[in-house]
Design a binder for this molecule. Sequence first.
Ligand code: ADP
Length: 257
Amino acid sequence: NFSVTVPIRSHDELGELAQSIQSLANELNYLKKERNEFLASISHELRTPLTYIKGYADIARRKDLDVSERTSYLEIIHDESQRLNKLLDELFNMAKMDMNTFTISKETVRLASFLETIHEKVLPAFQYKKMQLHLECKEDSSIDLDPARFEQIMLNLLDNALKYSNENTVTTIKAERLPGSINISIIDQGVGIPDEDVPHIFDRLYRVEKSRARNTGGFGLGLSIVKQLVEIQGGTISVRSKLNQGTCFTIIFKGDH
Ligand code: ADP
């Protein structure tokens, strides 16, 4: 730990300097603790799919298995490899953003047609789960953003709406121009987020009910990446949610578009 003993308590410049050093040391200790916790969680997340892969590979190698048994073990190995791949992708993305080696290239895009393309892309997944996906975008504003990154944001939020909703519910992508801003919301009628979890929802590795997330395959990294992607493009993101009623994520880009 960074321990500092600063016996200087005078109310002059030296005293102020001593105080600054003390709070810097506190901050460093806090960051160190956060980093260690993050590494511990990540190691755990990496180990879990690997344990499955190794375990089922051992069983699948047995000679006395019939084809269907072997296939079902191979399915698990395949799914867990995909999970591992997704985690590594997300970690890589995050590391790039943290190192500021992440470049964004903004373009002027027509919001309505851009959202229509995304809508078309994800609609089959919603239909497959017997859910509806509506698009409400009246005005065709132009907006400056990085199309690839923005698509990543939308796909992530829509994927969550899909994961955390049941069939026969409606998810709506809504874009509206207000005085001085463009607001884009994704509104679902899903399971919702408990009040006490809402303030932490954008934190790294934060998940509501780990077991629920494990079944749906999440790591709790998606929303923290979404938030970073929104902010590096100059926007903000917020969430409102009601348990068992639904969740609404709103992205706001300020300025006259
Ligand atoms: P994950 O990959 O686990 O979904 P995220 O960072 O995307 O991680 O989300 C963090 C947690 O927030 C999730 O575990 C989930 O419990 C909750 N969550 C995110 N989006 C929604 C939503 N649309 N409805 C309900 N809960 C959600």
